[in-house]
Design a protein around this ligand. Sequence first.
Ligand code: UDX
Length: 431
Amino acid sequence: MKICIIGAGYVGLVSGACFADLGNDVICIDNDPKKIKSLKLGSIPIYEPGLAELVKRNKKEGRLSFSTNIKEGVRKCEVVFIAVGTPSRDNGEADLSFVENVAKEIAVSMPSYRLIVEKSTVPVNTGEWVEHTIKVFNKRNIKFDVASNPEFLREGSAIKDFMNPDRVVLGVKSKRAKDILAELYKPLKAPIVVTDIKSAEIIKHASNSFLATKISFINAISDICDKVGADIVEVARGIGLDRRIGKEFLNAGIGFGGSCFPKDLSAFIRIAEKIGYDFGMLKEVQRVNEYQKALLVKKIESLLWNLPKKTIGVLGLSFKPDTDDIRQAPVLDIIEQLHREGAHIKTYDPQAMEKARMVLPKEVKFCKDAYEVAKNSDCLLLATEWNEFKELDFKRVKSLMKQPILVDGRNIYDPAEMKRIGFTYVGIGRK
Ligand code: UDX
């Protein structure tokens, strides 16, 4: 199939490269000429395992190209995916002006039938608005369909997630749209949920909200474990083995971040508000997430007594491992708070330092590895569970530190082992 993807961000680029790899001809469009120029030269604007090779291969084999010209893409391709950004407004709702502009451009560029598919996470009813906008500007009355096909990929494992989805959701209004999308996804051999457009839109927001709820739930339980001396890892295993609950997304930590959960929660709360429902449950999920970060600062304070002039080494800056993405990373707020309290911060991240440098206070010292971070630190905070932090030589780490205090913000270390080496070990809800 000939596919055009508008928006070469995370979702657009990964989907484009994967669709091309499945044998389709894909044009990825973005209105940022610098991004398109560098993509054409083979440079990928984000760090995502396997993506650079996938783009390179498919570009070389002629199935993947890049352009800034929406008209060209819409003219050449029958299926047009909208994967542009939907940033948060100040009141939490999604800003859909990029989606609207793209819909207008598609409307005036369609030479014949086109299937326009929303891939970005959008509020319910966006499909209707896209359809309405296209109708208004489609002066030649060309036939078209709108569909919703939300993407569930996770950063860091995006290609694997795209190629092996738990399910593919198709929100459609016509058989023609359903048949085209079902054919496109056939090679993935995944269960396909065919539904109406509004339900598909809600599936995406509801999924992310539910996953965020699971994380805040386990974080809340971890606080109770801390207070009574129980172990959250044991508790999570004990509840997670119940198949009705499931063991995924039950890792207590410093809170969730990223480009999706925080934004989607706010957007969903706002959607509910607009239709007269107070989604108090999701507000609590947000509150627990904020509390989790503040709690970590308190934990460090209780271990170090006074924060001014103490040196805190922070391992990891990205919101999760295997990505250089720092959007809404909880550790950034934690660093800000510790810095405000007068602590010196040293840090290292395998991929995210370039981006973090632009947003963190200028006094933060960026190091070349975990050992340099440990040197002369009063406390080491593990904030992102990169594999390389799991394999550290902790005897060396301890010998480099001023005080051997380890705060494990992701519960990746064995408390008994760390205590044996001589650390004062504090995890999240761990004994
Ligand atoms: C998420 C959804 O998982 C994905 O389906 C959707 O398409 C986009 O949003 P992503 O934000 O890339 O994906 O990462 P994810 O792995 O879901 O992690 C999100 C945040 O939750 C991270 O900060 C992570 O550290 C945190 N998390 C996750 C926990 O704190 N505990 C867990 O058990 C799982």
